[in-house]
Write a new protein. Structure first.
Length: 327
């Protein structure tokens, strides 16, 4: 552990002597996770305009383990970055062992803590599944809750948080599955009042579509707000089906009217609230990297790192024609 930490310090010291601090970025720019990622990259680019000395080298990992390892190897041999940034848990799990061998710091944007706990060069940012799901569950604990979750690490961490508050009925499906009808019908039969869902935007869209087709009146809770009811979902699902959905996020709704939000809207005037929220995460990542994981000025209220896990706030949102903070 001490050897790795010393190596990290040496790498940062060497990087600070060069004209630029090169960062290898692995992010899904195509496929089902691209909505989040494209806005995230726009936020990074906006931060770079006011953050001299950093150069990012963005590669499309396609939310695929094999492809992410391939582009990580390519970045290492062709660019030799001083640090890496990886978005989403699946690609981060894939490349983390490789990057630990290099000793280079890794900032990852994912719901799961386990990567930071396993790899001493890894720093976790973004929404924290365990603490955030716990916070949201406090608001709905009086209801009969069912969780519709893929069998994947980030939902397991969310479930840990939920179970710290109350017992729930589980409806699990293989990661990648998009037909939830059998599980939804079972939840209806079991008398579930609030369905807790979590996943990528195409999963969330199909869940809402199938609930609508069934004529179900089960209320929904989802995580996180900035990835749950996005513009595509709003355009595809009746408003009365979405109304009353509760969610949680680590980004405040005030980001839209903030200095960052105004700058972003000036550049992208058609941007929706969730797009601005996603872009804010990318902007923040550049500020964190520029600080070399030290002191930075947060635009979304994060409080630095404790045990290499970003400390965040929790905002509970309710949907009624748009997301509004209710707690």
């Amino acid at each position: 552990m001490k050897k790795i930490l010393i190596l990290l310090l040496l790498l940062f010291a060497c990087g600070s002597q060069n004209d630029t601090f090169d960062v290898g970025v692995i992010v899904p720019l195509t496929g089902p996770a691209s909505y989040y990622s494209q806005n995230y990259v726009k936020g990074m680019e906006l931060a770079l305009e006011e953050t001299p000395g950093i150069q990012i080298h963005v590669q499309d990992g396609k939310l695929d383990s094999t492809e992410s390892i391939k582009v990580a190897n390519s970045l290492e041999h062709l660019v030799d970055p001083e640090a890496y940034l990886v978005v989403f848990g699946v690609p981060t799990h894939a490349v983390a062992p490789l990057l630990q061998e290099t000793g280079k710091p890794l900032l990852y944007e994912a719901y799961t803590r386990d990567i930071a706990e396993l790899y001493p060069n890894a720093y976790k940012s973004n929404f924290d599944a365990q603490s955030s799901c716990k916070e949201l569950t406090k608001r709905i604990a009086h209801e009969k809750i069912g969780v519709l979750f893929a069998n994947i690490m980030y939902t397991d961490e969310c479930l840990k948080g939920i179970r710290q508050v109350t017992d729930v009925t589980e409806y699990r499906y293989p990661y990648g599955n998009l037909d939830f009808r059998t599980l939804l019908l079972k939840a209806e039969k079991d008398g579930i009042e609030r369905l807790f869902i979590m996943g990528l935007s195409h999963e969330i869209l199909n869940m809402f579509k199938q609930l609508t087709e069934m004529g179900s009146d089960m209320r929904v809770a989802c995580a996180a707000s900035s990835e749950c009811i996005i513009p595509l979902v709003e355009k595809s699902i009746p408003q009365d089906r979405l109304k009353g959905t509760l969610s949680v996020d680590y980004i405040p709704e005030t980001i839209v009217g903030s200095e960052f939000g105004k700058k972003y809207l000036q550049k992208y005037p058609e941007a929706e609230k969730t797009e601005i929220m996603n872009a804010a995460a990318g902007f923040e990542a550049i500020k964190v990297l520029a600080s070399r994981f030290g002191d930075y000025t947060s635009i979304i209220g994060t409080k630095g790192f404790q045990n290499r896990i970003m400390q965040t706030e929790h905002y509970v949102y309710e949907y009624d024609g748009g997301w509004k903070v209710v707690g």
